[in-house]
Design a protein around this ligand. Structure first.
Ligand code: G3P
Length: 197
């Protein structure tokens, strides 16, 4: 059973909610729009808040479910190790030609199951960074750094190693966003903007 759970987690992570919601709900292939990324942000950008929220929640729950597998099956394997396979599935999905998202929401889902208080702290960090910068991508990377710093205070070695992996993974997957931010072409979110009278 211990050997099967990472494979099951990878398959769960591979479910491309952005593709499913886009195609089934709106007849749109999200990969042909915006950043082309199969994630919640690009779905928000392309199809609006309802679709974006559905995809984000789905992507989070993939990580949460995968991390819960060892408990559901009473298996002797570290939940974070299993959860990581969902993140790998989300980024390299077998059901979408191995081109998926950027590891943010599904990593959040893993952390939500493992340490809900830390998850809430990170959500807060994300929205503060988003309010200040208006860049989802930059806020995702900053949150990855905060994750690492937070785990140093907890002293859970496995969690620290996983945090380093997730933070680096998130930053590496945002290479194109970093270039766009430097060129000034990265789109900013608008929902914090005050309405003009
Ligand atoms: O979660 C991904 C987000 O940080 C950036 O997405 O579509 O702007 O590249 P996107």
């Amino acid at each position: 059973m211990e050997f099967i759970l990472p494979i099951l987690a990878y398959l769960i992570g591979s479910v491309p909610f952005a593709l499913v919601v886009g195609k089934l709900g709106y007849g749109v292939d999200i990969r042909e729009h915006g950043s082309g990324n199969l994630g919640g942000t690009n779905t928000f950008r392309t199809l609006g808040a309802k679709a974006g929220l559905m995809v984000t929640i789905g992507d989070i729950l993939k990580g949460t479910l995968a991390t819960a597998l060892p408990f559901l099956f009473d298996a002797n394997i570290h939940p974070l190790f299993v959860g990581l396979f969902a993140v790998i599935g989300h980024v390299y999905p077998i059901f979408a030609k191995f081109k998926g998202g950027k590891a943010v929401a599904t990593s959040g889902g893993v952390l939500l199951f493992y340490n809900p208080v830390m998850f809430l702290f990170l959500v807060l960090c994300f929205f503060i960074a988003l309010y200040i910068s208006k860049y989802v991508s930059l806020s995702s990377m900053i949150t990855g750094v905060f994750l690492f710093v937070y785990t140093l205070f907890l002293g859970d070695l496995v969690l620290i190693i996983v945090a380093v992996f997730l933070a680096l993974f998130v930053i590496i997957k945002h290479r194109a966003n970093i270039q766009r931010i430097m060129k000034g072409t990265e789109p900013k979110v608008t929902f914090f903007n005050k309405r003009k009278r």
